[in-house]
Ligand binder design. Structure first.
Ligand SMILES: [Zn+2]
Length: 185
């Protein structure tokens, strides 16, 4: 094939890719339920948002029954991460979903999410699906903060202590922390 032909093929191919229609709108009607029975007060007025990588695609606030609706354009080939936060709830991951079938989905998230375990019985992260950087969150009045000094002499403080993540509030629902993704779930 002559060089100009190759260039022409690449040019036309690029044009096709650029003008591929991107109307992959997703409407999700969902509900957040408290996983443990009892006071369900805090599924109300919780901010729910969906992210692809670091980009927030849509956000909304739940009604008094924990119901919410999100409308957004799905970013291709990127997992959708659903987060929430609210009074007494630090930002936490509810679910990380790879695919959605159809344009309208009814979905139920549990707060906190049901922990999944690997073959060794260790809890895996909702996002990276791995267990090696997952820490159980320990709540208490006097959280232990560990001081680290790195190779350039900077001091950082970390709540990671003896395979647990120390948190100073006793009402938050997040149970685990993944240090790879820096998120709670
Ligand atoms: Zn992770």
């Amino acid at each position: 094939m002559k060089p100009y032909l190759i260039i022409l093929v690449i040019f036309i191919g690029t044009l096709f890719l650029c003008f591929k229609p991107v109307s992959n709108q997703i409407v999700i009607s969902g509900q957040i339920l408290k996983r443990a029975k009892g006071d369900a007060g805090w599924v109300e007025n919780i901010m729910v948002f969906v992210k692809a990588d670091t980009k927030v695609l849509a956000k909304t606030v739940t009604d008094e029954n924990g119901r919410f609706k999100l409308t957004f354009i799905q970013a291709e080939h990127k997992p959708l991460d659903f987060f929430c936060n609210g009074v007494g709830i630090d930002t936490m991951l509810l679910a990380s979903l790879k695919t959605f079938a159809g344009d309208t989905s009814n979905i139920t998230f549990y707060l906190p999410a049901e922990p999944k375990k690997n073959n060794l019985g260790k809890v895996i992260c909702l996002k990276c699906k791995r267990a090696d950087k997952v820490y159980k969150i320990v709540y208490g009045d006097n959280p232990i903060v560990v001081r680290h000094i790195n190779h350039s002499g900077d001091t950082t403080f970390s709540p990671l202590y003896k395979r647990t993540y120390q948190e100073d509030c006793s009402v938050q629902p997040a149970q685990y922390y993944c240090d790879r993704d820096k998120l709670k779930f």
